[in-house]
Ligand binder design. Structure first.
Ligand SMILES: Cc1cc2nc3c(=O)[nH]c(=O)nc-3n(C[C@H](O)[C@H](O)[C@H](O)COP(=O)(O)OP(=O)(O)OC[C@H]3O[C@@H](n4cnc5c(N)ncnc54)[C@H](O)[C@@H]3O)c2cc1C
Length: 427
């Protein structure tokens, strides 16, 4: 398998989402100097949700994006609304206490509520559908589902035959269904939310890359054509921020994942594949995730690559993976194929904190699961700016560890780690 670096332009990746966007955003570039209450850097879900929450609280906000609104992971992902905030909050009990653990656990359902309420309140057109299935290929997956179902009444266990009433594949031994998670067209949600922030007075700039930050009580961000000074700077560049802040760069591993979109499926093809219009993940570390689009294409994702590179034949590999789950789609036409980068943190928990005791705050590292959690983060950051730092402080207490191996070795080290997990997946 040959790996290559992804070629990026300043316009959206050639995804199904870009092709079905409700409109093309065209905000101006920053020129000159500006002063606001809060400047948010990066306009994916983290940045846009933060801007909305701040505008709702009456702050003057500037939102600055290198490329287009939702150009990064937020406009390219699987669109699956999955609850939970980070992997296993209880692992942090020694640093945040039992109250902290239960607060973070509750954030796992609040994040989904935020999306639901925002779409309803502002009438955002983004193909929202409820319903989610997790499906297992191993007996140990089914054992985990039974344990989770004892704790969580939302989980409805499915045996092998019942899974087929949702996902018509011979691959799975069983699974579970829940009605309270689902899927959306992520780019349309993100640009819709940006329009909401704009309508409340946010100043939005696209094709404007922040190249330098001045820290301190009244920090500022700078581009080659201007600057914005504010009481707070919030950094939401995540896996796409490069070395702007070396402290953050050391704590985020950009990993690549790929998605293909088929041609719209006929009723007969749907019967043989996606019987119900739900979001689906399998339970492996190197998982397949898939769902239908509004026009009944299968959007099939996977191939997480921790080297940050993608195979040169990614589309063919994804097609083969899809055919393994749904043999009847072996020769379905593929209309779109794209990839994106997600930020992985060492402890698989979103990292929220403050740089050097300054008023520069940050978020990064959702570790592949961010559509809903980013919305929670927006609320936590807005609360902190607004003087309520309770939830921010809990998140900030979780030590944000740098990736071992430094810039040179962290990717190969993680790629080896991922190979280990793929081996375990296969057993
Ligand atoms: C292929 C793929 C599939 C996924 N599927 C799912 C899924 O189904 N469900 C789920 O929950 N999660 C999924 N995720 C993860 C989820 O998409 C992310 O966790 C989430 O979108 C992160 O949002 P963000 O706003 O933090 O980062 P991003 O969306 O990456 O946004 C960061 C933005 O910051 C901008 N930026 C960076 N540096 C600068 C700078 N210096 N100046 C100005 N702007 C800057 C970038 O251009 C970018 O637009 C997936 C991720 C990928 C890549």
């Amino acid at each position: 398998m040959f790996l290559k670096a992804t070629t990026e332009t300043k316009e959206h990746a050639p995804s199904y989402y870009a092709a079905s966007a409700n409109w093309q955003t065209d905000y101006p570039q920053l020129e000159g100097d500006l002063t606001v209450d809060v400047v948010v850097v990066g306009a994916g879900f983290s940045g846009v949700a933060t801007a909305v929450e701040l505008c709702e609280r009456g702050y003057k906000v500037a939102l600055v994006e290198s490329n287009r609104i939702s150009w990064g992971a937020s406009g390219r992902n699987g669109g699956q609304i999955i609850g939970g905030y980070g992997s296993d909050p209880s692992a942090f009990r020694s640093s945040i206490g039992s109250e902290g653990v239960s607060i973070v656990e509750n954030m796992g359902s609040e994040c989904v509520e935020i999306i639901k309420e925002r779409i309803e309140k502002y009438n955002i057109d983004c193909d929202l559908k409820w319903g989610y299935c997790e499906v297992g290929l191993k007996k140990r997956h089914l054992k985990s589902y039974r344990e989770w179902a004892e704790e969580d009444p939302a989980i409805q266990l499915l045996d092998q035959a019942e899974v087929k009433q949702y996902v018509n594949s011979d691959l799975y031994l069983g699974g579970y269904y829940r009605q309270d998670w689902g899927h959306i067209q992520p780019l349309n949600l993100c640009i819709g939310e940006a329009r909401v922030a704009e309508s409340m007075g946010a100043k939005i700039f696209e094709q404007t890359q922040i190249t330098r930050i001045t820290y301190g009580e009244n920090p500022a961000v700078h581009t080659d054509k201007g600057s914005i000074r504010a009481n707070h700077v919030i950094l939401c560049g995540n896996a796409y921020m490069g070395n702007l802040v070396p402290y953050l760069d050391a704590r985020v591993l950009p990993a690549t994942s790929c998605i293909i979109a088929t041609e719209p499926l006929s009723d007969e093809q749907l019967k043989q594949t996606m019987v119900r219009d739900v979001a689906v993940c399998d339970s492996r570390t190197a998982l397949d995730y898939y769902r239908l689009s509004a026009d009944k294409r299968l959007l099939f994702g996977g191939l997480s690559n921790y080297s940050g590179l993608e195979p040169s034949n990614a589309q063919a590999i994804m097609q083969a993976k899809m055919a393994k789950v749904f043999p009847s789609l072996r020769s379905a036409r593929i209309d779109y194929s794209w990839s994106g980068r997600m930020g992985i943190s060492v402890r698989r928990m979103p990292q929220i904190g403050r740089i050097k005791d300054s008023n520069v705050l940050y978020i990064s590292g959702y570790s592949g699961h961010g559509v809903a959690p980013t919305h929670m983060t927006g609320r936590i950051l807005a609360e902190a700016v607004d003087g309520d730092t309770h939830r921010f402080d809990i998140m900030n207490k979780m030590f944000h560890l740098p990736w071992p191996g430094g810039k040179l070795l962290r990717r190969p080290a993680m790629a080896v780690g991922m190979m280990w997990y793929k081996m375990l997946d296969a057993i």
